[in-house]
Design a protein around this ligand. Structure first.
Ligand SMILES: Nc1ncnc2c1ncn2[C@@H]1O[C@H](COP(=O)(O)OP(=O)(O)OP(=O)(O)O)[C@@H](O)[C@H]1O
Ligand SMILES: [Mg+2]
Length: 258
C-alpha cells in the first residue's frame, strides 16, 4: 500500500541543536499511528516539520502523492494535512460552534493568524462543523461556551475544529494531556471512529494507556531519531523502548492504578 505520508531522512536544527535527526517514518492510510518518546525527544518538532511550521535542513516529505517541499502550513492544510497544537486555545467569548467557524468569521487580524493554521471555512462548512461536532460526540455542546465544559470536552472541541476542515491526515499533539483515564478512553474511542470517516491519524501523546490501546503502529523517538517501530505489543516488549521511556511511564501508570 502506498503510504499517505512518507518522511525520509528529515532533520530540523535549532541553532546548534538537532531536534530531529535524519528521521524516516511513514503513515499508512486508514491507521492510527503513534509517535511517542521522552520529553524533548523531538515529537512536537517533527509535527512542526511535517505541517510546515519549522524548516527542515535535510530530507523529503511526500503527502498523498504531493511533494511538500516549498509548501507552507496553509497549503499543506489545504491538501488535507491538518494539525492540532500541544496547548489548546479556545475563545471563551465564542460558542463551541463559533470556535470551529472562527477561521471564516473572525475579523481580519484573527483571520490572518487563523488561516496560517486552519484553512478558511466557507458558508457550506457550517454543515462540516456540525458533522465534526457529531463525529466527536459533542453535537449537544455547539451552543455552549468553552468555559462551561470539561477539560475532556474542550480537547474534543480542539480535535473537532481540525476535523471540520476535512483532513486526510490529522496530526494530534498531546490531545490527552490533562485528561483523566475515563476522558482519555472516550477520546480514544472517538479517534478510532474518525477512521471510518476516512481520516488517518498521527498521534503524539504520553498517555501510554491511550497510545497502546488505539494505535495500529507506533514509532518511538529518542534524541530526534527513531529508536523502534512496530505494533503496540512489540513496542510494549521492546527492551530499548522500556529502558529509554516505557519503563518509567508504565510503572507510573501502574502506581496511578491505570
Ligand atoms: N523553538 C525552539 N528553539 C530551540 N530549541 C527548541 C525549540 N523547540 C524545541 N527545541 C528543542 O528541541 C528538542 C525537541 O523538543 P520538542 O519540543 O520537539 O520535544 P517533544 O518530544 O515534543 O517533548 P515533550 O514531550 O516535552 O512535548 C528539545 O531539545 C527542545 O529543547
Ligand atoms: Mg511536544
Amino acid at each position: 500500500m502506498t503510504p499517505l505520508l512518507q518522511c525520509r531522512e528529515l532533520s530540523v536544527e535549532y541553532g546548534g541543536v538537532r531536534a530531529v535527526d535524519h528521521t524516516s517514518l511513514s503513515v499508512e492510510p486508514g491507521q492510527v499511528v503513534g509517535l511517542i518518546g521522552p520529553n524533548g525527544a523531538g515529537k512536537t518538532t517533527f509535527v512542526d516539520a511535517i505541517s510546515g511550521f519549522v524548516p527542515t535542513s535535510t530530507g523529503s516529505l511526500v503527502f498523498d502523492g504531493h511533494d511538500l517541499a516549498g509548501r507552507g502550513p496553509h497549503q499543506r492544510a489545504r491538501l488535507g494535512l491538518v494539525r492540532t497544537f500541544q496547548s489548546l486555545e479556545l475563545f471563551d467569548d465564542l460558542s463551541v460552534r463559533d470556535n470551529l467557524l472562527a477561521a471564516s468569521e473572525h475579523p481580519p487580524w484573527w483571520r490572518l493568524a487563523g488561516e496560517l493554521v486552519w484553512p478558511r471555512l466557507g458558508h457550506s462548512d457550517v454543515r462540516a462543523v456540525d458533522e465534526a461536532l457529531d463525529a466527536l460526540g459533542i453535537a449537544d455542546l455547539g451552543d455552549r461556551s468553552p468555559d462551561e465544559i470539561s477539560q475532556g470536552q474542550r480537547k474534543l472541541v480542539g480535535v473537532a475544529r481540525a476535523v471540520a476542515t476535512g483532513p486526510k491526515l490529522l496530526l494530534l499533539d498531546e490531545p490527552a494531556s490533562g485528561l483523566d483515564t475515563e476522558e482519555s478512553r472516550e477520546l480514544g474511542t472517538r479517534l478510532r471512529a474518525l477512521l471510518t470517516r476516512g481520516i488517518t491519524i498521527l498521534l503524539v501523546d504520553h498517555d501510554m494507556g491511550l497510545v497502546l490501546e488505539v494505535c495500529d503502529h507506533i514509532f518511538v523517538l529518542d534524541f530526534g531519531r527513531i529508536l523502534a517501530e512496530g505494533p503496540p505489543d512489540a513496542i510494549r516488549a521492546d527492551r530499548s523502548v522500556i529502558e529509554a521511556y516505557l519503563g518509567e511511564r508504565m510503572s507510573n501508570a501502574d502506581e496511578a492504578g491505570t
